[in-house]
Design a protein around this ligand. Structure first.
Ligand code: PSU
Ligand code: MN
Length: 306
């Protein structure tokens, strides 16, 4: 644990970490920017319940009044969900100024990894990660999430990446930076709403115990950085590839037309895809997060047990 004067670890989380019990970190951008109110709050609370049911302690991570929070109360989750996109999306470059000014921030994969690591949490569950955007060869829009995976030792369990990104270039970037990309029960990188992308992962691993062992071995070898576990959406909730890809293409077209750039790009594309596909994509999104929470809790438990 690397405590600093800006970090507040919720007592239940601190006790679990001190006792060597499993904890799973969760991000807050998915609450404030990823889903509409009140489904965002309901989902965040249900994810915490699922993590408990599977033997781990949940720690939803956020920045509140300049404090780095590892573990939120139900009231704080409600506050984040209600304020929604009025809360600043906080990546690595935002942390210092937000803390210095005593402001709120919704943590992305990047900042959730940073704060989880400060608190001593090793496993983190989310929906999708940021990556190399389509057209990045001219825009240079590459998510800070990839750099963080390269340097911070936290396992990120996600459902792959949405094809708002260039999935091939995202995998190339992760390879260059030495981040293992694992498929849970699959050799193919899942594409968030669908189980298939046409791209291969580095390794297929089929049990939480083996995931935990691989990650522990990475630490014991002294290799820096995280591990990306991609867990396909359950078949019954997966979406029609043509429908979702059509919506993504349309969203990218509108973003270009409107000159959307910088930190607005990802939230803009996600919101557009959601509008274009209606409630179906929201349902799929919620279910894949539940699925990732289950796997992350079981993996955190296995990590602590051996
Ligand atoms: N991709 C998704 N859902 C999300 C995000 C990305 O499918 O909610 C959020 C995550 O918080 C992720 C962030 O860390 O967007 C990446 O933003 P950017 O591309 O600006 O780095
Ligand atoms: Mn970006």
């Amino acid at each position: 644990m690397n405590l600093n004067k800006y970090l507040d670890v919720k007592p239940e989380v601190a006790e679990a970490i001190a006792a060597g019990k499993p904890v799973v970190a969760l991000e807050s951008t998915i609450i404030s920017h990823g889903m509409p109110y009140p489904q965002n709050v309901q989902t965040a609370l249900e994810v915490e319940r699922i993590i408990r049911e599977n033997g781990a302690v949940p720690a939803t991570i956020a920045i509140i009044g300049g404090r780095l929070k590892a573990g939120l109360t139900a009231e704080e989750i409600e506050y984040f969900g209600k304020k929604g996109t009025a809360i600043a999306k906080a990546s690595r470059r935002d942390l210092a100024v937000l803390c210095a000014r005593g402001e709120d921030g919704a943590t992305t994969v990047t900042t959730t990894m940073i704060i989880a690591h400060m608190a001593g949490i090793k496993v983190f569950a989310t929906g999708g990660i940021g990556g190399v955007h389509r057209g990045a060869e001219t825009t240079m829009d590459i998510s800070a999430d990839l750099e963080e995976l390269a340097s911070t030792p936290v396992m990120v369990v996600c459902a792959g990446a949405k094809s708002i990104l260039d999935l091939g270039l995202t995998l190339e970037y992760l390879e260059t930076h030495g981040v293992p990309v694992i498929g849970y029960g699959t050799k193919e990188l899942p594409a968030f709403y669908t189980r298939h992308s046409g791209f291969s992962v580095d390794y297929e691993i089929d049990t939480p115990e083996e995931l935990a062992k691989a990650f522990k071995t990475q630490h014991e070898l002294g290799l820096r950085g995280g591990m990306l576990v991609t867990n396909p959406i359950p078949e019954e909730y997966s979406m029609d590839a043509a429908v979702i890809n059509g919506a993504i293409d349309e969203a990218i077209r509108e973003a270009k037309e409107q000159g959307i750039h910088g930190k607005e790009t990802t939230p803009f594309l996600l919101a557009k895809v959601k509008d274009l596909t209606g409630g179906n994509s929201l349902d799929a999104n919620i279910q894949l997060v539940y699925n990732n929470a289950r796997l992350a809790a079981r993996t955190a438990k296995a990590y602590c047990e051996n």
